[in-house]
Ligand binder design. Structure first.
Ligand SMILES: Nc1ncnc2c1ncn2[C@@H]1O[C@H](COP(=O)(O)OP(=O)(O)O)[C@@H](O)[C@H]1O
Ligand SMILES: [Mg+2]
Length: 488
């Protein structure tokens, strides 16, 4: 698939932007701070309904504006789909697919992207939440209906935590008025909810990892040509032998996982009551990354960490590609400046054949010849097409060419306020709600775009989740320095 046209209104630094894109490689070149990442962030948002940089929507809306609009014309197998999103901070997004209003979550799967950016270093160096989010995002990319399960899990978790807080003797004084403490029976109902949906989520992650591991090993070899094998171990909050089996790569069934989660909750009941939080479930888990026998976090060099993060994303790309029988759009944001010449060339060779690859770079010459595609010059608030037609400009990305627009067939953009349709609210009653869908066949290939089939979840109002989104703003800054440590 590829994105043929991107259209922005009041998104980040852009009052408006119309960008015509083509299959193959497109490189956005411009000085730091001109708005290159803003553009690819919008593309990522169209695909995932979330930003790779911030957990909240407010920064996505241009300062002083009330709402942002992102539109994309997506071409897959010769058929074009228009996806439109309206982002209003603090409220649910609105969405349209081919001009028909629907729940935002139902656009998931129309555009699929894999985005690699400096922030991804947090996959290796950051908190477990960053890695959980990677897994869960990939899960949703693969099969959009998991967005519903993920969101249900977050709601159940919030409810259960509230209950634990109220039941906790140390915190009982925080109960409003003379509300009685919740009974053990009430808590058990929530144990069941959490274990049921948590078991599904856990199952999905384990199955995903089983498929991802060989691709990761290969991708790390390719990216780094390094000694040492990239490994992942899933560290769960299950008890004893079950936890060890999961670490060894065993994929239990969702039912087994539900029972194992329940057992772990019972074992830790006292602890949970003491602390007033849920200590068991996929929200507590981590994906431990290691190179050879050493954990990556705290041990790997900067270059190795970088290669590991890149390998995770390339593995995700290959997995989706295989699932869909179609290439997701690959986005490489500000990646080449980080790599030495040898690794630049190797990365270029790995991605050059993707159906569409969007690259940003401050210096055009950092992007290898093999990726010479369309070049776009980016100035604050403007995107200019056609640098590729002017030889020798790559080293001078700030050259102020007259903008020209090669997009003759730009979709007629309706005004922002014409996005119609009911706003979705976070209204699912989890006390009655069943988790979305039943666990799928382990052997199913997955990746069916479920848009329009009604198979996608119920609402999308709260995606800032306990499975990691909240951590996004807390990333450590990545260091911009050349690193040859693992080239030795
Ligand atoms: N919500 C916003 N409103 C206005 N400007 C914004 C907003 N968010 C970011 N910006 C501006 O966008 C610029 C950063 O753009 P970015 O795409 O990250 O640059 P780069 O080209 O280096 O990737 C900064 O100047 C920042 O002030
Ligand atoms: Mg940038």
């Amino acid at each position: 698939m590829y994105l043929r046209h991107l259209s922005l209104g009041d998104f980040r630094s852009y009052p408006s932007a119309e960008v015509a894109l083509e299959p193959g490689v497109s490189t956005l070149v411009g000085l730091n701070g001109v708005g290159k990442t803003n553009l690819v962030e919008a593309v990522g948002y169209l695909a995932s309904l979330s930003s790779h940089r911030v957990a909240q929507d407010a920064p996505l809306v241009r300062h002083g504006a009330e709402r942002a609009i992102v539109r994309g014309a997506v071409v897959r197998d010769g058929r074009e789909t228009l996806v439109e999103l309206e982002i209003v901070p603090g409220r649910a997004n609105r969405a349209r697919l081919n001009r028909t209003a629907l729940r935002p979550r139902e656009v998931l799967g129309t555009l699929r992207t894999v985005l690699f950016a400096p922030e991804d270093l947090a996959l290796v160096k950051g908190d477990p939440g960053d890695r959980r989010r990677f897994l869960d995002d990939l899960l949703v990319s693969r099969q959009p209906r998991w967005a519903g399960v993920r969101s249900d899990y977050d709601k159940i978790l919030r409810q259960r935590n509230a209950l634990l807080r109220a039941a906790s003797p140390a915190r009982g004084s925080r109960r409003r008025g003379h509300e009685p403490a919740p009974t053990p029976e009430t808590l058990e109902v929530w144990d069941d909810h959490l274990a049921l949906v948590g078991g599904q989520l856990l199952y999905a992650r384990l199955r995903l990892l089983r498929d991802l591991r060989p691709l990761l090993r290969e991708a790390y070899q390719e990216v780094s040509a390094a000694v040492g094998e990239a490994r992942t171990t899933y560290r769960s909050s299950l008890e004893g032998e079950a936890a060890a089996a999961v670490e060894d790569g065993e994929v239990f069934t969702p039912e087994e996982l539900r029972d194992l989660l329940l057992a772990a909750m019972h074992a830790r009941r006292g602890n949970e009551l003491d602390r007033g939080v849920s200590l068991v479930g996929p929200h507590r888990d981590d994906l431990v990354l290691s190179l050879g026998d050493l954990p990556a976090k705290g041990y790997a060099s900067h270059g190795e960490s970088w290669s590991f993060a890149l390998a995770l994303k390339l593995a995700a790309y290959h997995l989706l590609r295989h699932d869909l029988g179609d290439d997701p759009v690959l986005i490489l944001d500000d990646v080449f400046a980080e790599l030495d010449a040898r690794r630049r060339t190797r990365l270029a060779g790995l991605v050059a054949d993707g159906e569409q690859v969007l690259i940003t770079a401050a210096v055009g010459d950092d992007v290898p010849e093999a990726l010479r595609g369309a070049r776009f010059g980016v100035r604050p608030g403007h995107v200019e097409v056609g640098l590729s037609s002017v030889p020798g400009l790559d080293g001078h990305p700030s050259l102020d060419l007259d903008a020209f627009d090669r997009d003759e067939e730009r979709p007629a953009a309706p005004p922002a306020d014409s996005l119609v349709g009911p706003r979705t609210e976070a209204s699912t009653d989890v006390s009655t709600g069943e988790p979305t869908g039943e666990p799928e066949d382990v052997t199913a290939g997955g990746g069916d775009p479920t848009v329009g089939t009604g198979a996608v979840g119920r609402d999308v109002a709260d995606d800032a989740s306990t499975t990691g989104a909240a951590h996004r703003e807390g990333h450590e800054d990545h260091e911009h320095r050349p690193d040859d440590e693992d080239a030795r």
